[in-house]
Design a protein around this ligand. Structure first.
Ligand code: DPP
Ligand code: ZN
Length: 877
């Protein structure tokens, strides 16, 4: 399959102005009649109109009313070319689809008897032949016809214009979207659905109808999504002055969905996982995720839909910005400073856990990639999460007000347009009179920059100099990197642990946190009037997506853990200390016969944090969580998954021993009696309580078993229940099997909970490949449902490193089998799983060769999708 390059972008030869579509909905044969009016793009020299179509049966094409014979066009490899230079064209295209055979879940498909669409990025071409590219924007009018009983609800984008009976047991609905949009934002839904609805008044006084559509029986699980939607609408009005532009906004939940959710104009389609919640089935984390994803998709209405992407290389223009917006929204919903910090830490954890490895591996790509084979493979943590960090850096450099000015200018200039990342940067720069030329490198250069800090205190002149030196590792296709523009937020702590007032040489303001702008390869920043040698607090609030290194002593780190006014760095100091211990323990664990020992300094520091009642429970929980096995792996030259696992388990056990009484105390002190509420304060208490339970459970003794069993039996909410079941699943408790069976029996009818049941077993310490294979035999397991496949197979391959990397290579053989099986069903999901071996070159040679063999086995499979081919190809390259 061909590689597509950003540099090859050319504007389309024709613009589409209006689209009218008629759908006759039948699962095995849906007829689609599309009429589009096109207008020649005066700037194009191309004498051909190009449309794209995939897996379509083409029935007929009419150009200006006249049927086109097969000689009047060329159809090859999904590209339909019609030679023409006419100024205005009306094109009628009739296609025939088989939605019930569509397991890719792209285009029009059937899920549990209902119809849904997914068009981003290139799914519209599975519905009709079309200039399916985001810079082609048109207004749409959509007629849906179908059986009245089977499909009582017929939805599409925009406003419902008309509906009625067709007399033959069928009915119709006509929808019109007044806003022009790219084809990837098209959507339809048809089937047996019910909704919760509410009318709200927008800031301007206009009314809007909000609906959350679900399958019957799920109406008791929509309130949180509705609340989140209303909060999102209010937040965007307040923070960015952006109002909902439609009279009607719908969210529809579907159980078969490739991604999290989709921002189709006025008709968002969501994975059920990010809609359905009540205390019985959803955890605190689920509640938080639903709020974030509902916000994310809603915010796309402006950042993505009103202003969209010129081409798919600009994907982060909408995704990075919209993730940043949803992160800020979630933080504002918590409201407290400490809540904001916990949210920030959570987001950075995701970045380090998933994006840093991506940036260091074979799929590393810039936030604005230069090329791709299959765009679906570029819906990545780099585009999304690193993209959000890049947007956050504008706010760090320009301030909140400056950032808002940039946003205002961006909309003023580009509303209704399809634009580039550079246009966003220009708006930020122009609105603030700031030169952001060098900042462009965040978009063009891949890899996680490394910043090494060194400091010198001059006691005579009372100056403190911080020297920052940046570099960036080579990534595929990019050997040498130029310096980035890096905002490094810095504070200095005096010997009492208080923030010093900072006088940065050459700058008038005095502050407790200063943002140093590192632009050269190496720069020295001098602080004056520094009365004693401080402890530096570097990269506060994680002000840039870099690896910052500084030669802290253990004592410095303990000091920062106890005193830093920047909550992020308090947490960071603890993580640095723990990572040090874990790396040392891992090194020891690799020597045969070695005995693991730990020093009490770390447990004493953690004890202080655990027992510090002045700190939010949510913060204490996140601070007591050790760096993950993946994060530790990334810090090693050669990854040894078993040694890392052994080291981390040992450290957790020794902490459990040392802090047992404190954990029991925390467990008791953080109960949340009364009715369940997912608010941040209650969720934080539950998180700390359940963290205590998980540490105590590391001891795997009778008392721990009783504790987990009691919580499992008595829990009145999913957060507590699943935490207790997880503790049991990782133990040798006598009641373990019965508890797992009971859980399944209780929640058999709730697919999202059954997913949890699979996933927690997949990640349990003792679950090996054989156990996963056995779980695949369970009647509730299916490879066809992406959530289910992810809950078992992805959870095992990505979330159980010590078993997945079993020395006999059985995990890799299993992985290859599943990638191949999934690829035949759903290439997008398969290509995701294919990423699990990205880092194969970092393992010991014996594992490497087995991983390579598994990758080759997949690569050599006949009829492999281009999605999976690209991923394994890049891995092996
Ligand atoms: N654009 C979607 C989202 O990220 C993904 N298809 O919201
Ligand atoms: Zn998005």
């Amino acid at each position: 399959p061909p590689t597509i390059y950003r540099k090859d972008y050319t504007p389309p030869s024709y613009w589409v102005r209006t689209v009218e579509m008629g759908f006759d909905l039948e699962p095995s044969a849906t007829r689609v009649a599309t009429r589009m009016t096109l207008e020649r793009n005066q700037t194009s020299n191309d004498k051909v109109l190009t449309l794209y179509g995939e897996e379509l049966q083409l029935v007929q094409i009419r150009l200006n009313g006249k049927v086109l014979g097969t000689k009047a066009y060329q159809l090859k490899d999904g590209v339909l070319r019609i030679p023409t230079t006419a100024e205005q064209i009306t094109l009628d295209i009739e296609t025939l689809l088989q939605p019930d055979r569509n397991t890719s879940l792209m285009g029009l498909y059937v899920s549990n008897g209902n119809f849904f669409t997914q068009c981003e990025a290139e799914g519209f071409r599975k519905i009709t032949y079309f200039p399916d590219r985001p810079d082609v924007m048109a207004t749409y009018k959509v007629m849906l016809r179908g059986d009245k009983k089977k499909y009582p609800v017929l939805l599409s984008n925009g406003n419902l214009i008309e509906q009625g009976d067709l007399g033959d047991g069928r009915h119709y609905a006509l929808w019109e979207d007044p806003f022009k949009k790219p084809s990837y934002l098209f959507a339809l839904v048809a089937g047996q659905l019910v909704c919760q609805e509410e009318t709200i008044k927008l800031k301007s006084g206009r009314e809007a109808l909000l609906q959350v559509w679900v399958e019957e029986g799920n109406l008791d699980k929509t309130q949180h999504a509705m609340d989140s939607l209303i909060n999102s609408i209010r937040w965007d009005e307040e923070r960015f002055g952006l109002e909902l532009d439609l009279d009607r906004f719908m969210i529809v939940a579907v159980g078969d969905f490739n991604m999290g959710a989709m921002e189709n104009k006025g008709l968002n389609i969501f994975n059920t996982k990010f809609v359905l919640a009540n205390p019985r089935i959803a955890t605190d984390v689920d509640y938080g995720n639903i709020e974030a994803v509902v916000g994310h998709e809603y915010f796309h209405n402006w950042t993505g839909n009103r202003v969209t992407c010129r081409d798919w290389f600009q994907l982060s223009l909408k995704e990075g910005l919209t993730v940043f917006r949803d992160q800020e929204f979630s933080a504002d919903m918590i409201g407290t400073d400490s809540g904001r910090a916990v949210k920030r830490i959570d987001d950075v954890r995701v970045l380090r856990q998933a994006q840093f490895p991506e940036d260091a591996g074979p799929m590393a790509h810039p936030v604005r990639p230069d090329s791709f084979v299959e765009i679906s493979n570029f819906y990545t943590v780099t585009i999304y999460e690193k993209g959000a960090e890049v947007v956050r850096m504008y706010q760090t450099l320009l301030g909140r007000d400056g950032f808002r000015k940039g946003m205002d200018l961006y909309f003023e200039r580009h509303d209704g347009q399809a634009v580039e990342c550079d246009d966003f940067r220009a708006a930020m720069s122009d609105a603030n009179g700031r030169d952001l030329t060098q900042f462009e490198r965040w978009y063009s250069q891949a890899g996680t920059p490394r910043v090494v800090a060194t400091t010198v205190y001059d006691a005579v002149h009372k100056t403190y100099a911080i020297t920052l030196k940046q570099s960036c590792p080579a990534t595929p296709g990019q050997k040498n990197k130029l310096p980035f523009h890096i905002p490094v937020a810095v504070g200095l702590l005096d010997s009492n642990g208080n923030d010093m007032q900072l006088h940065l040489r050459g700058f008038p303001q005095v502050q407790s946190t200063v943002v140093l702008e590192l632009m050269e390869e190496q720069q020295t920043f001098v602080f004056e009037d520094v009365s004693e040698e401080p402890v530096p607090s570097l990269l506060r609030d994680f002000s840039a997506p870099v690896n910052l290194e500084y030669d802290y002593s253990d004592a410095d780190l303990a000091f920062l853990m106890a005193h830093d006014s920047d909550a992020f760095n308090r947490w960071e100091a603890g993580q640095r200390l723990a990572a040090r211990r874990l790396l040392a323990l891992t090194a020891t664990a690799q020597q045969s016969g070695a005995v693991l020992t730990t020093d009490p300094a770390l447990s004493e520091s953690l004890r202080l944090t655990l027992n510090d009642a002045a700190l939010d429970p949510a913060f204490r929980e996140i601070a007591l969580n050790l760096p993950s096995e993946t994060v530790i792996a990334e810090q090693m030259d050669v990854i040894n998954p078993q040694a890392i696992h052994q080291a981390r388990r040992f450290l957790r056990q020794s902490l459990a021993q040392a802090l047992r009484a404190d954990f029991i105390e925390a467990y008791k002190a953080n109960q949340t009696p009364g009715d369940y509420s997912p608010d941040a304060a209650s969720a934080g208490k539950r998180a700390l309580k359940n963290l205590a339970l998980s540490y105590i459970s590391e001891l795997d003794d009778a008392a721990a078993h009783v504790m987990a069993q009691t919580q499992c039996d008595g829990a009145d909410n999913m957060t507590d229940r699943v935490a207790a079941l997880g503790a049991l699943a990782n133990s040798t408790a006598p009641g373990k099997e019965a508890a797992l069976a009971q859980f399944y029996q209780d929640f058999e009818a709730e697919p999202l909970v059954v997913d949890k049941w699979f996933s927690l077993q997949a990640m349990a310490r003792t679950t090996d490949v054989a156990a996963v294979r056995k779980l695949m035999q369970h009647p509730a397991f299916s490879l066809k449902n992406p959530n289910r496949a992810r809950s078992l197979i992805f959870s095992f391959c990505n979330g159980n490193p010590s078993q997945f990397h079993a020395s006999d290579g059985s995990g890799y053989a299993f992985w290859a089998e599943q990638v191949i099986a999934l690829d035949a069903i759903n290439p997008q999901v398969a290509a995701r799983l294919a990423r699990s071996l990205d880092r194969w070159r970092k393992y010991a040679p014996s594992l490497q060769s087995k991983m390579q063999a598994a990758l080759k086995r997949v690569a050599q499979t006949a009829k492999l999708s281009k999605d999976t081919k690209e991923v394994v190809g890049k891995s092996l390259a």
